[in-house]
Design a protein around this ligand. Structure first.
Ligand code: FES
Length: 316
């Protein structure tokens, strides 16, 4: 889709809200809470951003962009863009759906990770489902959507945790307060997600009640494991065999042979490069797929994962 920037609002010193409308004025595809769009930036980079409010008129999308001090050219460029600039975007996709939209949910967001949780809170509030939103940030000044949430119809469900004022989230005591195991939806930096997930698992939360979405800067720790041996990738449609030497990713090896797979984070957390495995055993190094999906070995993130077998046959 061709989208134009129609509004830019400075949410905090490092976060801007960008409103996008269709270039030809048509209505935009609808989406459910937790969805994101992938933007193709003028420099060719692909970047994913959560849609940070429930669709209302269907005429615009809103995303929030944190200026990453280690930006590889994505967030920095978006922070320089102006109203009227054009971007290409994918249709909304959703890997972070409300799995049980009629049951109690606990939403846990840190920093820019609040963005997909806002439409979830709006949805749950609209349908009268019991929920709580725990928002961790450094301070009120660094919390995007602070005013919006403070004045929202569900303001009483929002619990603020500011690290500079001794109100940091105590995950253990929060989770200890539940006699049942409600669905937990977690989004933020990898350390935060891991902390919540680990604590919940220790306290008996079933895996299927834990839902998380990673954000920029959450490189999979598995990527730093021992280097792999050389292996081969077979392209199922053509039978072409491609060598993947140690230190080279599958996507890089494919690209050298003229086969392009869309990539974005190149760190195993966004899901853009997900490819079906027809045969062989992947060496999973991503954080996008769940442990159960890793065990099934039918999908791979070729930007960061390798192969435990000599050959991987990919559905390309
Ligand atoms: S490009 Fe993000 S998971 Fe591969």
């Amino acid at each position: 889709m061709d989208l134009d920037i129609s509004r830019i609002v400075k949410e905090t010193s490092s976060i801007v809200l960008i409103e996008l409308v269709s270039h030809d004025g048509s209505a935009l595809p609808l989406y459910q809470a937790g969805a994101h769009i992938e933007l193709k930036l003028p420099n060719g980079l692909l970047r994913q951003y959560s849609l940070c409010r429930l669709p209302t008129t269907g005429m615009s999308y809103e995303i929030a962009v944190l200026k990453d001090p280690h930006s590889r050219g994505g967030s920095e460029l978006l922070h320089k863009m102006q109203v009227g600039d054009r971007l290409q975007a994918s249709y909304p996709q959703n890997h972070f759906l409300l799995k049980n939209p009629r049951k109690t949910a606990i939403l846990l967001g840190a920093g820019i990770g609040i963005t997909p949780l806002i439409p979830m809170a709006q949805m749950l509030s609209k349908t009268g489902v019991d929920f709580a939103l725990h928002y961790s940030a450094k301070s009120p000044a660094s919390a995007a959507f602070y005013d919006q949430l403070k004045t929202s119809v569900f303001a009483d469900k929002v619990h603020w945790h500011f690290s500079n004022s001794n109100s940091r989230l105590d995950i253990e005591s929060l989770l200890r307060g539940f006699t049942s195991h409600p669905d937990l939806y977690i989004c933020g930096p990898s350390q935060y997600i891991e902390e919540v997930m680990n604590c919940a698992k220790v306290m008996g939360w079933p895996e299927e009640k834990l839902h998380r979405e990673f954000f920029t800067g959450t490189k999979s720790p598995l990527m730093d494991q021992v280097p792999r041996e050389m292996f081969q990738v077979k392209i199922a449609s053509s039978g072409q065999m491609i060598d993947v030497p140690p230190g080279v990713s599958i996507t890089e090896a494919l690209e050298m042979n003229g086969i392009d797979i869309p990539i974005s984070c190149e760190e195993g957390w966004c899901g853009t490069c997900m490819t079906r495995v027809i045969d062989g055993v992947p060496d999973h190094r991503d954080t996008f797929l769940s442990p159960q999906e890793h065990a099934r070995n039918s999908l791979i993130m070729p930007c960061c994962s390798g192969s435990r077998s000599d050959c991987l046959v990919l559905d390309l």
